[in-house]
Ligand binder design. Structure first.
Ligand code: ADP
Ligand code: MG
Length: 453
């Protein structure tokens, strides 16, 4: 049983992936779910008659398919405008957003399929292995261990296996979880009032599967009891020839504090890495994305993005959407180099910072906050030091685009996930905190002018 609001949230998340940013923000985000009648009819409210008409005229298919993914097949949808909503609520009361709903949910992202996965030199072996496992689960490569950097397609390939199995082998019991979900699930069962029963249920859930996929297993590294439990889950499935597929941002040998017996299980099947895509693959991925999202974008813009961004496919796609969004805002039929330059403005700005080194940035941040270099690099955890440290990390990553691992080395050998966490914390704070915005602006100004650093 799940409540209606959270299911609707899941529908919105699907839609966000399946329509352009502009359409999502304009038409879907403002929608409200009012009721789910008899498990058959979903009542949705828009904020105006023209929004209702837009949805019915242009987006009803997308809406239907997202609703079906989450609520199951054959769901009727009724879209109300503002006045109809008032009427509906008058008759039915502020009905049932919290009412429990039983659904048959597909956990796999409909867009993450094998067909939508562009194969190139960087990922051809992972693709082949994943396909083979999807076609013959439990028979070929077991476990399949996929590793590669952030945004290179690991989650996509796991979902592709899931989607494939759902289509061609629907009777199999397939589960996809992130490592965090697995760990939380386990810890929750340990903390439950009827602990023994909860742990047994946990085990029944994870050990009676035909295929288990665990995404981002590196996060298991510090969780000793979860490792222990996963080891037994693994053995049980493995001994029964059930398929296990694992993804990680690094190979098993580099996952710190991983129990040796688990490490040796991970290495006992096939280990395959995804590398950074070459230029041709990046171009092909961008073209595929345009085709899927129905973006109209000039070819030279695609080449330009593919040349400029070479590390991560998520960033590549993000830039493509940004450029399309800019063209859309000014009602252009196609995105051109004009929008590309505008979107890249931030990056081009950075080029003005040429000649800056990470040390310059560290020195400048120290000076600005009046702390020492030893403190910023060291292990102190007081607020006066932690915030400047995160800001320095953020600036080095943002301005110099230095790899996280190298930044970690600069800051006393910190792990790259710690660096990523610091960077993301500041980049989130920038969206809401005036104080953080002014720190960053001041320091950037100092760096540009060379003043005081
Ligand atoms: P990871 O899990 O490795 O961090 P994701 O699977 O989330 O990366 O991929 C990031 C984005 O890049 C997703 O939108 C995904 O669809 C896309 N992507 C990655 N690899 C490919 C590929 N080979 N072809 C098409 N899209 C890809
Ligand atoms: Mg992922």
């Amino acid at each position: 049983m799940q409540d209606l609001s959270s299911l609707w949230q899941a529908v919105l998340e699907k839609l966000e992936l399946n329509v352009s940013n502009v359409s999502y923000v304009m038409w879907f985000k403002p929608l409200k779910v009012l009721d789910f009648v008899d498990g058959k009819k979903l009542i949705i409210a828009t904020n105006s008659t023209s929004a209702k008409n837009q949805i019915l005229r242009n987006y009803i298919d997308k809406l239907k398919s997202a609703v079906e993914d989450i609520f199951g097949e054959n769901i009727e949808i009724e879209v109300l405008d503002q006045n109809e909503e008032i009427e509906y609520v008058k008759i039915n009361g502020e009905n049932s957003k919290e009412k429990g709903v039983e659904v048959n949910k597909n956990p796999f992202n409909a867009k993450y399929t094998f067909d939508n996965f562009v194969v190139g030199k960087s990922n051809q072996f992972v693709y082949a292995a994943a396909r083979s496992v999807a076609e013959h689960p439990g028979e070929k490569f077991n476990p399949l261990f996929i590793y590669g950097g952030v945004g290179l397609g690991k989650t996509h390939i796991l979902h592709a296996i899931g989607n494939y199995l759902k289509e061609f082998n629907p009777n199999l019991n397939v589960m996809y979880v992130t490592c965090e979900q697995f760990a939380n699930d386990y810890i929750e069962s340990l903390g439950s009032a009827s602990k023994n029963k909860a742990v047994l249920e946990f085990r029944a859930k994870y050990r009676n599967l035909d295929v288990l996929m665990v995404d981002d297993i590196q996060f298991i590294s510090k969780k000793t009891s979860t490792q222990e439990e996963f080891f037994h889950t693994f053995n049980e499935l493995y001994q029964n020839n059930k398929q296990i597929i694992i993804s990680s941002d690094r190979p098993p040998k580099d996952i710190e504090t991983l129990a040796d017996r688990l490490r040796s299980r991970f290495t006992s099947g096939l280990i395959q890495d995804i590398q950074q895509p070459d230029l041709e693959t990046r171009i092909a991925i961008l073209r595929k994305k345009c085709q899927l999202e129905k973006y109209v974008i000039d070819d030279n813009v695609i080449d330009f993005i593919a040349e400029k961004i070479d590390s991560n496919i998520r960033d590549l796609e993000g830039m493509l959407s940004k450029i399309y969004f800019l063209a859309n805002l000014s009602n252009k039929p196609s995105a051109t180099m004009e929008e590309a330059f505008e979107a890249f403005n931030g990056l081009i700005e950075e080029e003005k910072n040429e000649g800056l080194s990470p040390d310059d940035i560290i020195d400048c941040v120290c000076k600005y906050f009046d702390i020492t270099r030893a403190d910023i690099i060291g292990k102190k955890k007081s607020k006066e030091v932690v915030e400047p440290r995160m800001i320095a990390i953020y600036l080095i990553s943002e301005i110099l685009e230095m790899p996280l691992v190298s930044i970690g080395k600069l800051f006393g050998g910190r792990d790259h996930t710690t660096i990523m966490h610091s960077r993301d914390k500041i980049s989130d704070a920038l969206k809401t905190s005036f104080k953080t915005q002014s720190f960053i602006n001041d320091i950037k100004k100092m760096l540009k002018s060379g003043q005081n650093c």
